[in-house]
Write a protein that binds this ligand. Structure first.
Ligand code: ATP
Ligand code: MG
Length: 239
């Protein structure tokens, strides 16, 4: 099984198509050093979410394309046992599905062994405490299609909570705070900054797909994607 030690990510001449004849990524190369916060920006449809899907292996690069690979700590993700990969890489997708079960179960799913204290901490950190207190059945309230319809921003916070609970070496956030108001977003960004910096002994590598500048101004690097390639990269100051 994979051993992710540091969490360095390398996209090596990545060429990828969902359907034949239409390249979404075209010889796309970049490196995300271990422990850094890196942002990916670019127009809608430029392949930002695709990058996270390849990292998490929702899709794979066609093996017929030679010298095209996604590497984590030097290992091709396609050679890695899927369970261990999914343990070590957390992704907050652009649109998060909730299960038709209680809020508690929706959170605990990310880490079945989580203690009540751990769950309660997370609830505070992602500012879901007020919502939960207002629900008649609190954390046991059923959410999802056949239960309480929670808002887009609340859903995003459940998704962030799940990803944080996993305590993975790598976290990908796909527009993960786009539905939050400025104030709540800032609180969540501060929380994330703390938790991503406090993994035992190591920083979490984080990849942020985001439109709003304030989510990424402090990134170590911003990668600008255009026409399937990296058009520019640098810090916010440099770009
Ligand atoms: P946005 O900012 O709108 O979220 P994005 O940069 O994340 O855009 P992707 O979701 O990576 O864009 O999609 C890149 C391209 O791939 C789009 O043109 C999209 O139509 C196409 N695409 C995405 N998913 C699929 C799929 N499952 N099958 C076929 N084409 C797809
Ligand atoms: Mg997207």
């Amino acid at each position: 099984p994979i051993k992710i030690n540091d969490g360095e990510i390398k996209f090596n001449n990545v060429t990828f198509s969902y359907t034949e004849g239409r390249k979404i990524l075209d010889n796309c190369s970049f490196t995300i050093p271990a422990g850094q916060k890196v942002a990916i920006v670019g127009p809608s449809g430029s392949g930002k979410s695709t990058i996270l899907r390849l990292l998490f292996r929702f899709y794979d690069i066609d093996p017929k394309i030679k010298n095209s690979s996604v590497l984590i700590d030097g290992q091709d993700v396609r050679d890695v046992d899927l369970d261990s990969l999914r343990r070590e890489v957390a992704v907050v997708p652009q649109d998060t599905p909730l299960f038709n079960s209680s809020l508690l179960e929706n959170l605990r799913y990310a880490k079945p062994s989580a203690s009540d204290d751990e769950i309660n901490d997370i609830i505070y950190q992602v500012k879901l405490d007020t919502l939960i207190k207002s629900l008649p059945e609190g954390v046991h309230t059923i959410v999802g299609e056949r239960g309480l319809m929670i808002s887009g921003g609340e859903k995003q916070r459940v998704a962030i909570a799940r990803a944080v609970l996993k305590n993975s070496a790598i976290i990908g956030l796909d527009e993960a705070t786009s539905a939050l108001d400025t104030h709540t977003e800032q609180q969540i960004l501060n929380t994330l900054k703390d938790v991503l910096g406090s993994r035992t002994g190591k920083k979490t590598t984080s990849i942020w797909v985001a439109h709003r500048l304030r989510t990424i101004v402090d990134a170590d690097k911003i990668i600008v994607l255009r026409e399937g390639k990296v058009a520019e990269e640098g810090t916010h100051r440099e770009l």
